[in-house]
Design a binder for this molecule. Structure first.
Ligand SMILES: [Zn+2]
Length: 187
């Protein structure tokens, strides 16, 4: 994503008016202001620059005259590696296309490539929109590259999560057991 201006993304806008004007909004959202997202990543230490999400949103209409928003975002954040529990740097990126709708019925009728963006009045909070998109691209199980991970030596003894389905249950679908069967049959 090319550099966006070093200014905060406007927070509250009228998306319908922006679509009429074919406006593009660019800027950053401070991650510390996104409470749901800030809770699931590691906070930057006081010696580091504040974490920011760079955002570009282009409002307009598609060939069917639907009001749409094309968005791109990028954020450098620290996540907790789920193998060694140490911090790891990650770049979260997303690009998305939203269809502006005012009713659930309109949302149902959108084509599949448009994500519904439901707004009941002429004012939306773009920071909340950015937060929702960030949560969507957050990896559920972040892991260092093996060579960078401080827990490499315990890889093999990694304990399964007790909340996970019974491994015996999963065995049937394990692609490696299929592979093992193929090898056996070759002899
Ligand atoms: Zn690790």
């Amino acid at each position: 994503m090319s550099n966006v201006p070093n200014a905060e993304l406007p927070k509250t806008v009228d998306p319908f008016r922006l679509a009429e004007q074919n406006s593009t909004l660019e800027g950053f959202v401070p991650v510390s202001a996104l409470s749901r997202f800030a809770e699931v990543i590691l906070a930057a230490s006081s010696s580091e620059p504040a974490q920011q999400c760079q955002v570009r949103l282009t409002f307009g209409k598609d060939e069917e005259r639907r009001r749409i928003v094309d968005g791109e975002l990028e954020a450098e954040v620290m996540l907790e590696c789920q193998r060694c529990m140490k911090p790891m740097a990650a770049t979260l990126e997303s690009s998305f296309r939203l269809g502006l709708v005012t009713t659930d019925e309109q949302a149902q009728n959108l084509p599949r490539d448009l994500e519904p963006f439901l707004t009941e009045d002429f004012s939306v909070n773009l920071w909340t929109l950015v937060e929702d998109e960030l949560l969507l691209v957050l990896p559920p199980f972040p892991l260092h590259e093996r060579s960078d991970c401080q827990a490499t030596e315990v890889l093999e003894s990694f304990e399964p999560d007790p909340d996970e389905p019974d491994p015996a249950e999963e065995k049937r679908e394990n692609p490696f057991s299929v592979l093992a069967d193929l090898k056996k049959n070759r002899h």
